[in-house]
Design a protein around this ligand. Structure first.
Ligand code: SF4
Length: 153
């Protein structure tokens, strides 16, 4: 992680940082197995919640609040938006930033690739370096999503 990038990022308003959804997608060989949609604890940003509620979904249906952080709700053991029949995400085009940035995770010390993902080894090192500062910022911004949502919705 480049400390310089990280410091610069914290001076950019979140609304601008999270606008380009595609930019936060990790370029690697995702086989769409759906493992990451099972028992999800994915944090949600205020920007995610605004985007998804604008598409007609209700916050109380697709999210749960845990320790002050909104997370995707599980239904029948998988993400509210995961369709087991088609093994696909019902809101793929507007899916949360955290789902795009996965399988990158923060292990408490550093940003790394989650070995739970069967194709974790196909994530290029340059992708970890490109997105590492945003993984940290994502987790920090998720902590203030509840406050931002209360002010906006
Ligand atoms: S676990 Fe990995 S390969 Fe499977 S759907 Fe999620 S990101 Fe893709």
């Amino acid at each position: 992680m480049r400390l310089l990038n990280k410091n610069i990022l914290f001076h950019v308003p979140a609304a601008y940082v999270w606008r380009d959804l595609k930019w936060f997608e990790v370029s690697f060989r995702c086989i769409k197995c759906g493992i990451c949609c099972v028992g999800t604890e994915m944090e949600l940003l205020a920007e995610d919640i605004e985007r998804i509620t604008s598409a007609g979904y209700r916050l109380e249906d697709f999210a749960v609040e845990k320790d002050g952080v909104y997370r995707l709700r599980n239904v029948d053991g998988h993400c509210y938006f995961y369709d087991p029949a088609s093994r696909s995400c019902k809101i793929y085009d507007i899916r949360p930033i955290g789902c795009r940035i996965y399988p990158l995770i923060f292990d408490g010390e550093k940003v790394d690739v989650d070995r739970t993902c069967p194709t974790w080894h196909t994530v290029p090192r340059r992708e970890v370096e490109r997105l590492a500062p945003y993984v940290v910022k994502f987790l920090n911004d998720a902590k203030i999503a509840k406050i931002k949502i209360k002010l906006r919705l």
